[in-house]
Each structure stands twice: as C-alpha cells, then as structure tokens.
Design a binder for this molecule. Structure first.
Ligand code: CMC
Length: 438
C-alpha cells in the first residue's frame, strides 16, 4: 500500500498483486488524530472485504464527542482534558457537555438539572419488577433486566425520529439509572427502596438512595459526594469502546434507546471491560499479601495461564491511562478524609503497580494501570459492595452511551451496522438423508 498524499486530497493506493490492478482509496482527515482510509467503496470496487477482528484498525463512525490519544495518554470530552473536568467540573455539567457539545452557562445548567431530576422516580410498576429477581442476583443482571424493561413503560418517548422523544428518553435514562442501581443494591440486602430527592446533586442523591434508611437520618458526606462525582466524570464516556459500540450497533437498526442501553450494560459487564473493577478487588483479595505479588505477576506473564493482571492494559492507551492518575489521587484523598490510615489492599495495589511497571513484560507490552485499578479501593472505602462496582461504571457511562446514541441517530450517513466475515466453513454441499449419514 502506498501513501500518495498531496497537499489537498490524500489517497492510499491499494495494489492487487494477483491481477496487477491498482485501487485509489480516499483518506479522511480527523480534526485531531490519525488519518482514516475510507474503505466504504472497497467491496464495490474490488470485490474484497477488510478483515479486522476486534476492530483494531477500523473506525465505525464519525464522532465529535470524545477523543483519545493512546500514545500520549490524552482523553478529551468535547475537547476538554479529563483532568480539567475532574478538577473543576461536576457530573451534571459533564452530562450537559457530552450531550450538547459545550459547557453550560449557569442558567443552562440550572434548567438542565431541573429537567433531568424531574425524571428520577421510577414508575411504580417498575419498582415491582425488582421483586421478580432472586435476592442474590448479581446487580448487573438486575440492571440489564430493569433497564431493558423501561421500554415497556415509557411508550411516550420511543419514537426515535422525533427529537423531543429522543430528548425525553435521554433525560429519563440519565435520571433513572442511579435510582435503578441503588434499588438493585437495596433489594439485594433486603432494605426498602429509598426514593430519590431532587434537591440533592446527582452524586448526593445516588449516595442517599444507596445508604439512607427510613429508620434513621442520613446526611450525605460532601467529601464522598465529591469523590463520587469525580469517579462518574472519569467514566462518563470513552469513545467507541465495546459497550458504546454495542449501543450504537443495537441502535443502528432503529431499536429504542432503553433497549440499546440495556445492550450496552450487558457488554460492559464483562471482566475485560467494566467488570474489571470488580475483578481487580477480587484479585487483590486473592493475592492477599505483598509477598505473593511475584507469584501472580509470573502467572500473568505465563502464556499457558489464563490469569491476567486485572486493571492493567488497554486497547487504546499505550501510555498511562489519564483516568488512572486522577483515580489514584482520589483514592488517597478519600482514604485520608475517611481517616483510613491502614488499607492493606491499597498498599498491595501500590506495590503491584510498582513491580509491574518495572517488569520487562509489562514495559515491553506497554501495559499500564487503567481506570479500574484504583476505583475498587475507593468504592470499598465508601462502603459499596464489590458486586456494585460495575453498576457504578454503568451509572456513569449511561450519559456517554446516550450522547453517542443521539449522535448516531442524527448522523445522516448512519446505516444499519452489518459487519462482514471471512468465511472458513464448508462450501455448498448436497443434503445427506438421515438414513445415509455415517
Ligand atoms: N495482564 C497480562 N498480560 C496482558 C494484560 C494483562 N492485564 N493485558 C494484555 N496483556 C498481554 C496479552 O496477553 C497480549 O500478549 P501477547 O501479545 O504476547 O499475546 C498483549 O498484552 C496484548 O493484549 P491484548 O489482549 O491483545 O490487548 P487487547 O487490546 O485486546 O485487550 C484489555 C485490552 C483491556 C482487554 C486487556 O489489556 C485486559 O484483558 N486487561 C485486563 C482487564 C482490564 O483491566 N480491563 C479494563 C479495561 S479499562 C476499562 C474499560 O474501558 O472497560
């Protein structure tokens, strides 16, 4: 393949060595980041597909929401660095930014928060839905089921061709997801559901629904609410990751947004994606002691052992995950504020990180701690059970999914997602009657 760039139009020339034919492919310019070879007409022109399992070299859409430079460890939401947003912004403002493309004025923010909080309650029949689950169900299973069920309750916001319906469905999803998450938790411990309080901020309300009981006063700690807000900001979007691509693919057929977000939650659940925060804590507990770290690092490097260091590595970041930096700092702040001076899991995590970052295998493969490495320790300190960790990721990522879904629906070039395949099965053959089969 030759790069035939010139100043105005850039192209790639593809040479078919079998026939000697050459094909010129257009090259598209990103506003920041690598150039993109436009292969949309490749099959029509050449009769060939591209093959890219895991989509390591394939862009699936145009987007203006989130940008990652994996080599430099950069993450931008609508152009704003994640570190700046984590320091100066709050989650409601970040939701507005992701949905509308710009930071809100104070009036815009007040209206937005009012409009979203209006939808925090669940339909009473949805509340009853929870009772169909076993008490020991994993809360992510409940999330998939209840979020999917929302499409059966909010018929008045299912016409995806109507911008007003899309907006109401978007607000509903963002407003109701913390209520559903907190109720999944309350259900698992047999406590009554605590209704949302719309005078609280997004994070305060979530913590209130998680930890208040009807029997006692509960005051949300401002420090924990701030930390929760920061964690939500860090997880809010991450361009075309597995769950976001799932939401887009489900939505590309015209499916309703509640069903699409339920699909995203299912994808997020896996340990290679959002399930990693739960897996990190389980791993740290299993390692148990600093003296065992070498043994586990050895296991992680062994090709014949399926064990991986959870919370390490990323498809895109080949440098530090910028979210992990903020997360580590937040972890120290939360433990300090809570007066937790001795957290053996944190000591273990710090030592594991140090050893792995000096190990040739991890250095050579550019495996750094990712956002999930420290988040579990913070959640644990806040009193959140391990099974809820990925649920919190889903609460945060809902706004990203919704923003990406809206962008897709509004994109005139959007078509149903339909990847092709490299077929390696049997060619056509004759049907064999049962009596003749061996
Ligand atoms: N421990 C040990 N080896 C690893 C790890 C790890 N955590 N991650 C990758 N490798 C090795 C892998 O075995 C492979 O080696 P080789 O080239 O010799 O076959 C090489 O590094 C490249 O890995 P890959 O699996 O081809 O990379 P990927 O881009 O397909 O996977 C990943 C990325 C995040 C799934 C993977 O790094 C992983 O499984 N990490 C642990 C799970 C985790 O922490 N996930 C959270 C990701 S961040 C939050 C989110 O966005 O969801």
């Amino acid at each position: 393949m030759n790069d035939n760039s010139d100043a105005n139009t850039q192209t790639f020339t593809l040479m078919d060595n079998a026939s000697g034919d050459q094909y010129v492919l257009p090259v598209l310019e990103s506003s920041v980041g690598p150039r993109v070879i436009d292969v949309r007409k490749l099959y029509a022109d050449t009769g060939c597909f591209t093959y890219d399992p895991g989509y390591t070299s394939t862009g699936s859409c145009e987007s203006r929401i989130t940008y990652i430079d994996g080599e430099e460890g950069v993450l931008l939401y609508r152009g704003y660095p994640i570190q700046d947003l984590a320091e100066h912004s709050d989650f409601a403002e970040v939701c507005y930014l992701l949905l509308y493309g710009d930071l809100p004025t104070s009036d815009q923010k007040a209206v937005f928060e009012h409009d979203v909080t209006y939808h925090t309650m669940l339909h009473e029949q949805v509340n009853m839905f929870f009772r169909g689950f076993r008490r020991d169900s994993h809360p992510m299973a409940i999330m998939c089921g209840v979020v999917g069920a929302l499409s059966a309750f909010y018929h008045d916001s299912l016409d995806i061709s109507d911008p007003r319906h899309r907006m109401i469905a978007s607000f509903r999803m963002i407003a109701k997801i913390p209520t559903i998450a907190a109720q999944a938790y309350k259900y698992s411990i047999g406590q009554p559901f605590i209704p949302p309080q719309n005078n609280l901020s997004y994070s305060e309300n979530f913590l209130h629904m998680m930890f208040a009981t009807p029997a006692e006063d509960y005051a949300v700690s401002p420090i924990l609410a701030k930390a929760m807000d920061r964690i939500l900001i860090l997880h809010a979007d991450h361009e075309q990751n597995a769950s976001t691509s799932t939401v887009r693919l489900a939505g590309s057929s015209g499916a309703n947004p509640f069903a699409c977000i339920a699909a995203g939650i299912a994808s997020l659940w896996g340990p290679a994606h959002g399930g990693a925060n739960e897996a990190v804590l389980n791993m740290l507990e299993k390692i148990g002691d600093v003296s065992k770290i070498d043994e586990y690092v050895k296991k992680a490097k062994d090709k014949d052992d399926p064990f991986r260091l959870m919370g390490f590595g990323h498809r895109v970041y080949k440098n530090f995950d910028p979210r992990a930096h903020v997360m580590r700092q937040t972890c120290h702040e939360v433990l300090d504020e809570l007066g937790i001076t001795d957290e053996p899991l944190l000591d273990l995590a710090i030592e594991l990180e140090r050893i792995a970052l000096e190990d040739e295998y991890f250095v050579e493969k550019k495996l750094y701690p990712n956002v999930d490495f420290y988040s579990g320790i913070i959640f644990k300190a806040m009193g959140i059970p391990t099974s809820m960790f990925t649920v919190l990721f889903a609460v945060a990522r809902t706004v990203g999914w919704i923003a990406q879904w809206n962008e897709m629906v509004e994109d005139p070039s959007q078509r149903i997602g339909r990847p092709r395949q490299l077929y390696l099965g049997e060619p056509e053959r004759d049907y064999v009657m049962m009596s003749e089969r061996k």
